[in-house]
Structures are given as structure tokens and as C-alpha cells.
Design a protein around this ligand. Sequence first.
Ligand code: SF4
Ligand code: SF4
Length: 376
Amino acid sequence: MLTLSAPPSEAAATHNVPAKQKKLLVRRSSPDRSQEIRRCVQIALLLLNAYIGIRFVLWVRYFESQGNSPYIERPAGVDGWLPIAGLMNLRYYLVTHHIPAIHPSAMVLVCVFVLCSLLVKKSFCSWLCPVGTASEYLWKLGRKLFRRSFTVPLWLDLPLRSVKYFLLAFFLIVIFAMTAKELGDFLVSPFGIVADVKMLDFFRNIGALGIVVLAALFVLSVLIQNFWCRFLCPYGALMGIVSVLSPVKIRRDAQACIDCGRCNKACPSHLPVDRLVQIPSVECTGCMECIAVCPAENALQLSLATRRPRTSEGLPAEAVAARWWQSALKPQVVAALLALVFFGLIGAARASGHWQTNIPREIYMQLVPNADNFDH
Ligand code: SF4
Ligand code: SF4
């Protein structure tokens, strides 16, 4: 354990002003593993999504070839890419108390991700979401290429950040304005049944405009940290709002902190971590990047609230920091919690028969090859 102290600043000595005393650094006794663990979870989810995507394409091909290719069971996890269907199903369930038969896994996955956000901030975005992972690797690529990420000026940042909330509000207003009958009719309509195939078709038959939009998003994501997540993603907006209720937050111990500002610079959400005692922001994704770069023992934690001492006067920094440490969540625990919610809820849905869409193969044989013709 290395302890440093700083000499008084030259300016203070010259003008006889008492120098702001530099704090003692109690170095971390063990290296931080949060980013390795988070990367493993991200990659596992990326691979899972790739596996689901390949199976889904093969499933669609079976029907498009009129049964002349091997049949593969539909991977219900593809419904994770239908968040609007998931919210519609959830609303339908809340009103009727019946779990819809079409795309029930979309609703289950919305519940999984909401529960993850309730437990550990907006962890869905930084630990689980494949788009969030792609976004993160794109800005990291941009930083390698240009040695920096570009920032949007403050006057533009705020209005741009509200776009995702307006999009979320739009979807919620439309969904909540629908009656249970309208929702039910929509979900069992040909369009509702093959919504997943329509989504695939969007990418398979992407037009010039779609390519331009995707290319623009790609370039902006390379240049600006988390461009899609920060400004545009309504799903992330929902998770952020839910995450306000999370008892777990990034918490800083001002006694142990040496005010080096590294956490501030590392935060992909541009949060002033080094100036707050806890981070209540809807933008905090629980990515733990701030913790990973912090040099001081127990200065930053992803932790439950603990009772703060009435006064920390006279206590050594280690003693104060230890209080946070007692309720801190290690990255292994975060990963385990997310896995528990993910596999627990999906397992329960499977066991109770609310995971797969139960549509006879003959109906899919009529609908899937004609997905282009259905509109809502
Ligand atoms: S405050 Fe820390 S955990 Fe939250 S987004 Fe910033 S770096 Fe990630
Ligand atoms: S990284 Fe942040 S919390 Fe850690 S010592 Fe520096 S300013 Fe304090």
C-alpha cells in the first residue's frame, strides 16, 4: 500500500494563502476486473444473438422454400428484437390478465430487461444489449483512429438527448391509447404474427434511404460516444427511467477520493462522477468504467445505500471507505444477478408454456412467404 502526500502549491506559498491540501491516496490493493467481466457478458450476448439470428433466418427459409429446406424450430428469443410488440403484450396482459399467445417471449424479455434495470441501474444497455455493445466498440474504434471522441456542444446535447424520451413517449401514448380488443386484434393479425419476418425483410430489402440512415448512424457512432444510445434509443430511455428506482448506484467516498477526475473522463455518459457523492442520473448504465480507472481504494463503488456516518471527522479514509465497501456489488455479483434474472425469468416462461408462439406450421406456411403483403 503506497501513501502519497503533496507539497503545498507554489502559488499558495508565494501569496501566503493556505494551500488546498491534497488528499492522501490509498492505492487499490487489488486490480479491477469489472471491464473484463462486462466484456465477457457482452460477447456472450452478442454470440447468443448471432445464434438466434442464424436460426431465425433458417426458420424463415424453410417456409419461403415451401418446406424444401430443413425445418428448425423458431427461436423465440428473436422477439427480443420486437420491443414494441413486447410493450403491447405487456399492456394487453395488464389489462386482461391473459398472457398473449403471439410473441409472449417479447413481453418476457421486456420484463427481464426492466427487472435488470430495477436491480442494477441501466445495466441492460452496457451489459446485455447487442446494439449497446456495437455502439461501445464503434466509439472505441473512433477513439483509436482519431485519438479522441467528438462531443456535441452542450446547447445541442440536451435537446438531442430528449429525442429518445419523445420517441418513447410517442410509442407509449399509442400503445396505451389502444383498447385491449384493439391490442388483441393487432397481435393476432397477419402483420402481428409475422412482425419478426417483416423486421428481417427490412434488412434484407433495405433501400437507398435505409442504407444512408444506417451509414450515417455508423459514422456518428464512430465519432461520438454512444451516439445511438445517448440520443435516439427509446428502449434505453425506458430502462433509464426505470433505473431511477434502482437501490444500486455509483457512490463516491469523498474521504477516499483524491479528486483526480479520472472517473469523470472515463464515463461514457459524461457524468460528473468526481463531483457527486452518488450518481442518480438516468444516463448511468452501471458500466463501472469509472470504477475501473479510479486509483483510490474503495473511493468509487457500485453499491447499495448505506447509512453514512453523522460525521467522518477524525476517521481515517480507509475506515470511511470501508462503509461503502460493505454494501458494494462486485462485477461478478452484477453478472450473476443479471444471469439469474435472465435465465430465471426465461426458464419460468418456458416451464409455464409462455415462451414460444404457438402457431400451426400450416399457418406460417401461408403467412411467412407473403409477409411483404401485410400492413397494419
Ligand atoms: S457513472 Fe460510472 S457506471 Fe455510470 S455510466 Fe458513468 S462510468 Fe458508467
Ligand atoms: S477516479 Fe474519481 S472517485 Fe476515484 S479518486 Fe479520482 S476523482 Fe476520486
